[in-house]
Design a protein. Structure first.
Length: 380
């Protein structure tokens, strides 16, 4: 009997590490520690733009003029409402369902109520992209409030998408500092090259499947603890450590057991993740005076120990977890907040993939046997 691997000389790149699976003009995570959105370094735009402006940049590949931004903001807010069957489905979902599972299901469910579901034109897909950017946060806020048996506020016309999102999550008008933190947090999560969830979305889109199916693939991929699920695990770790003076022992224990420290390491960056300094800054400013400031001190200690032992830096999920905690979001919803902004990157990549019009279908290196002798059921 022969083994295929003896003659198959295809080269396998494990984990597709450093493989360029396509071209994109959307974002560039530079391994040396910078991140660009459509050519703009995030360091230059993070304090000078709002989230909706960056969303415009990603889906139109240019910065908006004031009128264009106002128009998008109005469209987004008016599209935040959900069809009644979706609202009902979210509100009646069993309490033991994981929030990410509900989000994945309801985005798929939304596809059934798309007002243009038989139209696959470029303008229809652009309108669909805007609807999804608006509706994902509403699904998240509706679930968040329903789980607490609290009323779900109706979005307000005078607020933008981010302010409405916070208002719908919390049920009270958010103060200006919380809105600013949310704009920055969401902007920092908008897009990140061919990350795993975006790649999953592009694979689905490459079959010319619809945008809801592609986003559903992305959400299922983001859920994993090696990707967007890491922020929730970071918070579990911070809760677990409990006393700041136990940090060293706890982290050493994980490293000695060859366990991964959640919120650390990155496939692309050889230097520090460029989002970390901004998130660290957000946490430092925002947590000051809050009950959660002790978390920041724990984080700084963890960061130092992990760097000293492994020369690994925190990734986006580490300080984002503390920022979301300071905003009063409970940890099982952290990946859903991530999805509520990454939806921008997903739809932008789906639109780009439709333009590219090529099926993403890699090959494999088959390492099993060939020519095995078939034994009928009765003789096995
Ligand atoms: N804790 C401890 N050691 C780590 C960590 C970590 N978080 N991350 C990487 N390493 C070590 C590995 O053990 C390995 O060491 P070795 O060479 O001595 O065996 C080396 O660094 C390389 O790690 P890989 O796992 O090969 O790196 P890879 O690129 O495959 O994985 C990943 C990247 C998945 C992000 C990894 O760093 C990880 O699991 N981190 C924890 C989970 C996490 O925070 N995920 C969020 C990522 S950001 C995002 O998706 C939004």
């Amino acid at each position: 009997m022969k083994r295929m691997s003896e003659k198959d000389d295809s080269v396998v790149v494990r984990g597709l590490r450093d493989v360029a699976a396509g071209e994109s003009k959307l974002s560039y995570p530079d391994p040396n520690g910078s991140l660009y959105y459509v050519g703009y370094n995030i360091d230059d735009i993070i304090d000078r733009t709002v989230y909706e402006e960056v969303a415009y940049l990603l889906i139109h590949k240019k910065l908006p003029k004031m009128q264009e931004l106002d128009k998008l903001r109005t469209e987004l807010v008016s599209e935040m409402k959900l069809p009644n069957p979706i609202l009902k489905s979210i509100k009646t979902t069993p309490i033991n369902c994981l929030p990410m599972d509900v989000l994945r299901t309801e985005v798929s469910h939304l596809g059934e109520y798309d007002p243009e579901r038989k139209v696959f034109s470029e303008p229809a897909n652009m309108r669909r992209a805007v609807r999804l950017i608006a509706q994902v946060p509403t699904i998240v806020a509706t679930l968040y409030r329903s789980r607490r048996e609290e009323f779900v506020p109706v979005p307000k016309k005078e607020f933008g998408l981010v302010q409405n999102f916070l208002y719908m999550l919390k049920g009270t008008f958010p103060d200006a500092s919380a809105v600013k933190v949310m704009h920055r947090l969401m902007t920092l999560h908008v897009d990140h090259g061919f990350n795993a969830s975006t790649f999953a979305a592009r694979v689905t889109a490459s079959t010319n499947s619809d945008m809801y199916s592609a986003v559903t693939s992305a959400i299922g991929t983001l859920k994993g603890p090696l990707h967007g699920g890491a922020s929730e695990k970071v918070m579990e770790m911070l809760d677990d450590i409990y006393f700041e003076d136990k940090v060293e022992e706890y982290i050493q224990g994980l490293l000695d057991d060859k366990k991964k420290i959640m919120g650390f390491g990155h496939r692309v960056y050889k230097a520090q993740d460029p989002r970390t300094k901004h998130l660290r800054g957000i946490v430092e400013d925002f947590c000051e005076g809050f009950a959660t400031s002790y978390l920041y001190d724990k984080c700084k200690k963890i960061e130092k120990i992990v760097y000293d032992r492994k020369k690994i830096y925190p990734n986006v999920d580490f300080y984002a977890a503390v920022a979301m905690d300071a905003l009063g979001v409970s940890k099982e919803f952290f990946p859903l907040i991530f999805a509520s902004s990454r939806i921008v990157g997903w739809v932008a990549h789906i639109l780009e993939q439709y333009e590219d019009a090529v099926l993403l279908r890699p090959s494999q290196k088959y390492v099993g046997e060939l020519g095995r002798l078939f034994v009928p059921m009765g003789l096995r």
